[in-house]
Design a binder for this molecule. Structure first.
Ligand code: NAD
Length: 286
């Protein structure tokens, strides 16, 4: 099968963007990374190259493959650099107005046939598309953290998405080595909706004094077979992402009490104690 997208851009070079750029490059695409902070773009590209060097050391990639990947992963310094891209994956801050503004700017520089996707965890794909001139070419493409290790990606059609666009994204997901799952455009899609029982309920157990967070993590790992407990997952995802996701799902479901956010994550977010990426979360990191 020919590659579904040869030229791909990833906007936002944080935890998710760098992982998406890595697997898209590995699939054979030419990939441009772009971040509002040029320093973040440079650091992300460096981190991905280090991953490939490690895979080379372990004998899981050849020197030729690593050289090819590095040559195909480029840093963009402005949206103009992305003009020739066939697919743009957005992985920036989880705020709808900021995402809409980026997509509106992108539509001005890209060819009309370009496909735009959002890696949003919880926002409505249809609502973002409403700001665009070509909603048929827009979809959700929801990856999981850490991207190079996780197998699933949710492919989400908005109300006006062309089914052919979803098919192309599904094909590309397989070319990146992922298992695509079609999800409806509902708050949290499948994984983050099902995850309400896991994260929000665990917070409630802590706030009611039933058990502390470390005990909940340990039990869910050891007894229920989860790879990470809910608080370990909060730390990995980071509260500046997951608290916004919790709030967004709650509001989109018209303040459904089951999904009510918790002051624990609100306070920790306000204090900047957001998780592993800052070395301090529910747990401490060196
Ligand atoms: P992050 O904070 O690690 O990275 C976001 C990056 O976007 C930052 O480098 C920031 O400088 C950049 N950015 C912000 N505004 C920008 C703009 N207007 N233009 C260009 N760059 C901009 O965040 P993340 O964890 O990578 O999450 C990104 C998106 O992916 C969010 O929508 C989040 O909900 C979603 N997501 C996150 C996870 C997770 O576990 N962290 C999982 C799935 C989906």
């Amino acid at each position: 099968m020919t590659l579904a997208f040869n030229k791909v851009a990833v906007i936002g070079a944080g935890a998710m963007g760098r992982g998406i750029a890595q697997i898209a490059t590995q699939a054979g695409s030419q990939v441009w990374l772009y971040d509002a902070q040029p320093e973040a773009t440079r650091k992300a590209r460096e981190a991905v190259c280090q991953q490939w060097d490690k895979l080379l050391e372990k004998g899981r990639l050849t020197a030729e493959a690593v050289a090819g990947h590095k040559a195909r992963l480029l840093e963009a310094t402005s949206l103009q650099d992305l003009a020739g891209c066939e697919l743009v994956v957005e992985a920036i801050v989880e705020k709808i107005e900021v995402k809409k503004a980026v997509f509106t700017d992108l539509e001005k520089v890209l060819a009309p046939s370009a496909v735009l996707v959002t890696n949003t965890s919880s926002l409505s794909v249809t609502a973002i598309a409403a700001a665009l001139q070509r909603p048929a070419n827009f979809a959700g493409y929801h990856f999981f953290n850490p991207v190079p290790l996780m197998k699933v990606v949710e492919v989400i059609a908005g109300l006006k998405t062309d089914p052919a666009v979803c098919q192309r994204l599904t094909d590309y997901a397989r070319q990146m080595g992922l298992t695509p799952v079609n999800a409806q455009d509902t708050p949290g899609f499948i994984v983050n909706h099902a995850g309400r029982g896991y994260g929000t309920e665990a917070l409630r157990i802590v706030s009611e004094g039933i058990a502390d967070f470390a005990t909940i993590d340990r039990i869910l790992r050891d007894q229920m077979g989860f790879k990470l407990g809910p608080f370990e997952l909060f730390d990995l995802t980071a509260l500046d992402v997951s608290h916004h996701v919790i709030e967004s799902i709650y509001h989109q479901y018209y303040e459904e009490p089951r999904y009510r956010p918790n002051v624990i994550t609100a306070q920790r977010l306000a204090a900047g104690v957001v998780g592993k990426k800052v070395g301090d979360g529910f747990y401490k990191y060196e």
